[in-house]
Design a protein around this ligand. Structure first.
Ligand SMILES: *Cc1c(COP(=O)(O)O)cnc(C)c1O
Length: 381
């Protein structure tokens, strides 16, 4: 059996090595390392893939979120509502910009922001909502957009884990996540569903004004060479990364299909299990399985059970991860907002019970069979 990894970017590379190597060599020869043609080609191709008017490339997913938040013109102290149950990048940039992060609960089945909790957190200071399509499952965007519309709020989608995910509205209309809110942000970190060979990110919008503003912010607030209209930053997608991503984009749907196939295998193995609950798939979301995350339910001490499972799997050379062991509202960095005093039972409940199994495009049935066999062996003893 091939060794089991959490993510296997090497095998994935070897399957497209010829195309990738050629594109990389071409960039080397052109020596247009910054803002070369592949940056524009990839941005245009990604826009058409997502069905969005503008793609603004940038250096990473965290910058993408930061630039998006800078573009909507918020003032220090303005409140931004986001789930506590997410990667720290989502919430950190809010505080970095001297805005106030306000945490909402997630739905215990989809792991995404709960619209009822979100609506309860709205105050006159609220200016924006940042839903996260966690693990590759879409947040309930139809409800979120309706709430945002009612209260005049911006919606910035954190699409770092769900690129390629399709959302189906109740009237049957389909849209890709990242192209539904006012702005979408994503990451091309190597382990993401569309991963570069280094860092990268992008911001999406259908709004011409916001697109221009975000391009300007990502480029030192520059409107014309050496004329700087607003305070910005320096955030670029390297030409080399864009060239690689442009090739990988052609394979994205195939990569998603491979992840879903692995998820189907896992689902079948855990179907009806009394302790291990397979991830839920809402009808509106085409799950792209950035992670395959089980919920450990029905044991007296889930944390102890989980630590034991993690160790048992490690002993059999199977990696597993806890995404995320500490939710946002309990992070020390937010002490100034006193968020740990907030009552977030669903988030705390999930934090103690989630465990993610290996998930990538290169898992074969022998590996999946071994993983599910060992997980069940631990759970049933
Ligand atoms: C990865 C990730 C980010 C940040 O992306 P980077 O490219 O690492 O900066 C933001 N939000 C979520 C949900 C992520 O998973």
């Amino acid at each position: 059996m091939r060794p089991i990894q959490m993510v296997d970017t090497k095998t994935q590379y070897h399957k497209i090595k010829k195309e990738v190597d050629e594109a990389v060599l071409q960039v080397m020869e052109s020596s247009a390392f910054i803002n070369g043609k592949p940056v524009h080609d990839f941005s245009a191709n990604l826009s058409s893939y997502l069905g969005v008017k503008h793609t603004v490339p940038c250096a990473n997913g965290t910058d993408a979120l930061q630039i998006a938040m800078m573009a909507i013109g918020l003032q220090p102290g303005d409140e931004v509502i986001t789930p506590s149950f997410t990667y720290i990048a989502t919430t950190e940039v809010i505080a970095l910009l001297r805005l106030t992060p306000v945490f909402a609960e997630v739905d215990p089945e989809t792991f995404c922001i709960d619209p009822a909790s979100l609506e309860k957190m709205i105050t006159p200071k609220t200016k924006a909502i940042v839903p996260v399509h966690l693990y590759g499952h879409a947040a309930p965007m139809e409800e979120i957009m309706a709430i945002a519309g009612k209260h005049g709020l911006y919606v910035i989608e954190d699409n770092a884990q769900a690129i390629g995910c399709e959302y189906t509205f109740s009237d049957g209309t389909k849209k890709k996540t990242g192209a539904i809110g006012h702005i979408g942000a994503t990451s091309f970190y190597p382990s993401k569903n569309l991963g570069a060979f280094g860092d990268g990110g992008a911001i999406f919008t259908n709004d011409d004004g916001l697109a221009g503003k975000m391009r300007m912010i990502a480029n030192h607030g520059q409107s014309k060479r050496y004329y700087h209209d607003v305070v910005g930053c320096n955030s670029r997608l390297d030409t080399l990364q864009a060239a690689i991503l442009d090739i990988k984009l052609r394979h994205l749907d195939e990569y998603i299909a491979a992840r879903r196939k692995a998820a189907d295998f896992y689902d079948q193995a855990f179907d009806g299990h009394k302790i291990l609950k397979a991830p839920y798939r809402a009808g509106y979301s085409h799950h792209v399985f950035h992670q395959y995350t089980l919920i450990i339910d029905g044991v007296a001490d889930p944390v102890k059970f989980r630590d034991g499972l993690n160790q048992f799997l490690a002993d059999h050379k199977i990696p597993s991860m806890i995404y995320y062991p500490v939710p946002g509202h309990r992070q020390k960095m937010f002490d100034q907002f006193n968020t740990s005093a907030q009552n977030m039972p669903v988030t705390d409940w999930l934090t103690q019970r989630v465990i993610s199994l290996p998930m990538h495009t290169e898992l074969d049935e022998e590996q999946l069979g071994f993983i599910t066999g060992k997980v069940k062996e631990y759970a049933e003893n």
